[in-house]
Write a protein that binds this ligand. Structure first.
Ligand code: SRM
Ligand code: SF4
Length: 576
């Protein structure tokens, strides 16, 4: 990485530490994220850790949470909240081996409430891990070469990579680079092995964080690699998106997109979702250099006073895209080439069996909202454990919370399919195009920021919408719908054709008009609406769509053409 001796370049370029936000002081004084975490972990008087340690632990992929279903009752009983922890894995590109799957399955059964949760950024989350089990879980992950570094916190986060099963060679080339990018950009503090593995503290003069320095990034920084024609990773929602450009099936380089981000804060107009701008093209050999240059611009110029305004998208809008591009090129030492032409067709997954150009087969399973658990009708955890025991290829988590049993030899296909059937893994029974293109964030009861239900509610809401779809003859149409329990946008609702974001229990903002392949933000159609109002509104628009759509016209495009919402133009992006 950029190994400019760290003297907290961010501060050299902006203001002294005491003029910055409190999280900057916390990071700077944490001794490279150590804080007092070791002490907090062994404090038997509480199931929680100190507030500062809880913040620092995010850099290690761990969130302190409590069960919100029981929060009020415990308060009434004057009991401490029912604290536990969520652990998010670093799994670049969502690829994991059967041996790794079996380990995750065992850890989930022993320490994480018998469930695995696939996320919208292609990794696993364990929920409900008790404080005293955290080290065991993280050491268990180490046994299969997985860690939780930087899965949260002010750093690179999980690096995504499109799954496109049809393009085997391109996928493996891009995936290798996505993994390299993650290994390169992940924080390097020796606090991780010390705290979680019990490693001795090294006395070394080598800088702990040659790139980040003591204050890391101003905010999370997300990187993703798309492989056209699939935009499954929603490349325009990444802080830094790379769009693979191939030459005769072989990777040549990437179009570079910067400044995507979807989070917004309720009632705060200075926060908004924004889609990335494509600023040029780089050869694949210059990828890591490009990541360094771009991340260092945000490291040095991102807002370190107001965390609500600290994502790269705001730095770009403040400074101007031309200025930012110039700064990046100066740090690179060469100008970016003109972006190459490329086409996306959808941001969904190709479900069922598909055959790669190398003849290997891939089975994409629909996993409703990424939740893998056992129920009588649907023993998904057990079924996938059986498959992992037999499977000789790998698993790929998709950016749409689905799962690919990947790299199956043609002669093994029938055996895999038999297990899928035996364990009813192809649930649910009603498989409308809408349901198969739906995503919901976790929300209640574990997410501390949720204002409304999401994962526990969207399946039922879809069942009600499916009645209308059947009436209007739209059951098989692949319409995207995404719901979140608050405006933060964890299921990327602002680029769905139908987006719902929670405002209060039972109340959602309804957005329409997102681009079918992730190219356009949607726009608010109803504010703070309850179920009846949402269903009535959708019924009207769906009926009109069924009657008046042009051939092949996606639902989001129709919602704009028919005047239900105005188009969100390129450039600065607001969707209210
Ligand atoms: Fe997210 C915070 C879950 C993808 C934007 N997100 C959270 C937290 C950690 C709540 C918290 O801070 O206390 C949620 C944990 C809930 C729980 O109980 O598990 C949470 N986010 C998720 C996941 C698990 C949703 C899911 O159901 O799959 C996704 C995990 C991805 C991963 O593997 O790393 C997840 N979050 C996203 C995405 C989508 C993406 O990155 O592609 C976004 C929008 C894109 C973006 O970042 O702009 C997203 N999450 C946020 C934000 C708003 C950030 C902002 O700029 O304003 C927050 C709140 C924050 O950071 O302050 C947040
Ligand atoms: Fe929680 Fe909001 Fe993210 Fe949903 S969108 S997981 S409610 S932070």
């Amino acid at each position: 990485m950029d190994t400019t001796p760290h003297s907290d370049r961010s501060r050299d370029l902006s203001q002294p530490l005491d003029k910055l936000g409190p999280d900057e002081t916390l990071k700077a004084n944490s001794n490279y994220l150590r804080g007092t975490i070791e002490k907090s972990l062994v404090d038997d008087l509480t199931a929680s850790v100190t507030p500062n340690d809880a913040k620092l632990m995010k850099f290690f992929g761990i969130y302190q949470q409590d069960d919100r279903d029981f929060r009020d009752e415990r308060r009434r009983q004057k009991l401490e909240s029912a604290f536990f922890f969520m652990a998010r894995l670093r799994l670049p590109g969502g690829v994991c081996s059967p041996a790794q799957w079996l380990k995750l399955d065992a850890l989930a059964r022993a320490y994480a409430g018998d469930t695995l949760r696939l996320t919208t950024r292609q990794t696993f989350q364990f929920h409900r891990v008790m404080k005293h089990d955290l080290r065991t879980v993280i050491r268990g992950l180490r046994d299969v070469l997985i860690d939780t570094r930087a899965a949260c916190g002010d750093d690179t986060r999980g690096v995504m990579c499109g799954v496109n099963p049809l393009l085997s060679r391109l996928h493996s080339e891009v995936y290798a680079l996505a993994k390299q990018a993650s290994d390169h950009a992940v924080h390097k503090t020796r606090a991780y092995p010390e705290i979680w593995y019990g490693a001795e503290r090294e006395s070394s003069d080598a800088p702990e964080e040659p790139f980040y320095g003591r204050t890391y990034m101003p905010r999370k920084f997300k990187i993703g690699f798309a492989i056209p024609p699939s935009n499954d990773i929603d490349v325009y929602s990444q802080d830094l998106g790379f769009i693979a450009i191939a030459n005769r099936g072989k990777l040549a380089g990437f179009n570079v997109a910067i400044g995507g981000g979807l989070g917004r804060t309720d009632q705060d107009p200075k926060t908004y979702p924004r889609l990335a701008d494509v600023i040029g093209y780089v050869d694949a050999g210059r990828l890591i250099q490009t990541i360094d240059a771009i991340m260092s611009v945000q490291r040095d110029y991102g807002d370190r006073v107001d965390r609500m305004h600290a994502r790269f998208k705001y730095t770009i809008d403040e400074k101007g895209i031309d200025w930012i591009k110039g700064e990046i090129e100066q740090r690179l030492g060469f100008p970016l080439a003109r972006a190459r032409s490329c086409t996306f067709t959808s941001n969904g997954d190709l479900l069922g069996w598909s055959k790669g150009e190398d003849g290997r087969e891939h089975r994409t399973l629909f996993i409703e909202n990424g939740r893998i658990a056992n129920s009588e009708a649907h023993p998904a955890l057990d079924g996938l454990r059986e498959i992992a025991r037999a499977h000789k290829g790998c698993f790929r988590l998709t950016p749409n919370q689905n799962l690919i049993i990947a790299d199956v030899a043609p002669e093994d296909r029938a055996g895999i399919e038999a297990m899928i059937e035996a364990y009813h893994l192809d649930q649910p029974k009603s498989r409308s195009g809408l349901r198969l293109n739906a995503m919901a964030c976790v929300a209640l009861p574990t997410c501390g920021l949720a204002m409304a239900e999401s994962e526990r509610y969207l399946p039922d809401l879809i069942s009600k919408i499916e009645v209308m779809l059947a009436t209007h003859g739209l059951t098989d149409d692949p319409i995207t719908i995404r719901m979140t329990g608050c405006p933060n946008g964890c299921a990327r609702p602002y680029i769905a054709e139908i987006g719902l974001t929670g405002r209060a229990p039972g109340k959602y903002n309804l957005y329409l008009g997102g681009g079918f392949h992730g190219q356009r933000l949607n726009k608010m159609y109803l504010e703070n609406a309850g179920e009846q109002a949402i269903l009535a509104a959708l019924d009207k628009v769906l009926e009109h769509y069924a009657r008046d759509r042009k051939k092949g016209e996606p639902f989001g495009d129709f919602a704009i053409r028919a005047g239900y919402v105005a188009e969100v133009k390129e450039g600065r992006h607001f969707n209210d």
